[in-house]
Design a protein around this ligand. Structure first.
Ligand code: 5GP
Length: 205
């Protein structure tokens, strides 16, 4: 693929977006997923610098002041944001960058980077989302209710997105194939090849 592309993947809790991202990275090492910064505590099994960069609220606010984050939001009382350095890291490595972020941050990025490709991953329907949240046994009934309610607001943002991937149960491979179909088509977009005529005629830029 030509040039580094920027993909944003969002989706309601239980959409399986994290599994789709893991599968993309496993299949193709030309893709890199940004490590976000957060002020939420590090959970059991998570590692600083791998899952997130864990910062205090004060440290995070300092990053906001010094433009150390490309976008940020407050989600369930904690800050989450994409460190600017992650974009530079992907560029230096010549990789396509994936940001797995929520809908508000995705909208902020699209404003700054209209070339970013916004992809929403969802379960097939609300009943399936509820079943997944119950079966993973991580949340209280209260928190499940909150996440289901939030899905309504999240899906309102679908109109800002470029693509929708429906992640059916047991069909992770298909959802991942869908991502690669999108990535391939996006790389072939004529608008991304403004330099092609000069290249074709062997002219210098
Ligand atoms: P969790 O606490 O479950 O890891 O993440 C909560 C939500 O924050 C998820 O929807 C996740 O996609 C989103 N999130 C993670 N990192 C970022 C980020 O850098 N920016 C934004 N805007 N959202 C993020």
């Amino acid at each position: 693929m030509n040039g580094s592309l920027l993909f944003i993947i969002s989706g309601p809790a239980g959409s399986g977006k994290g599994s789709v991202v893991s599968e993309i990275l496993k299949r193709d090492d030309r893709f890199l997923c940004a490590v976000s910064a957060t002020s939420r505590p590090c959970l059991a099994g998570e590692v600083d610098g791998v899952n997130y960069y864990y910062l205090s609220r004060e440290q995070f606010e300092e990053k906001i002041r010094t433009h150390g984050v490309l976008e940020y939001t407050e989600y369930c009382g904690n800050y989450y944001g994409t460190p600017t350095s992650e974009v530079e890291r992907a560029k230096a490595l010549g990789k396509h960058l994936i940001l797995e972020i929520e809908v508000d941050g995705a909208t902020q990025i699209k404003r700054q980077r209209p070339d970013a490709v916004l992809i929403m991953v969802t379960p097939p329907n609300a009943a399936e989302q509820s079943r997944r949240l119950h079966s993973r046994g991580r949340d209280t009934e209260d928190s499940i209710e909150r996440r289901l309610t939030r899905a309504k607001a999240e899906l309102e943002y679908l109109k800002n997105y470029d693509y929708l991937i429906i992640n059916e149960d047991g069909r992770l491979d298909k959802a991942t194939d869908d991502f690669f179909a999108i990535a391939r088509a996006e790389a072939l977009r004529a608008a991304r090849r403004a330099d092609f005529a000069a290249e074709y005629f062997g002219e210098k830029k």
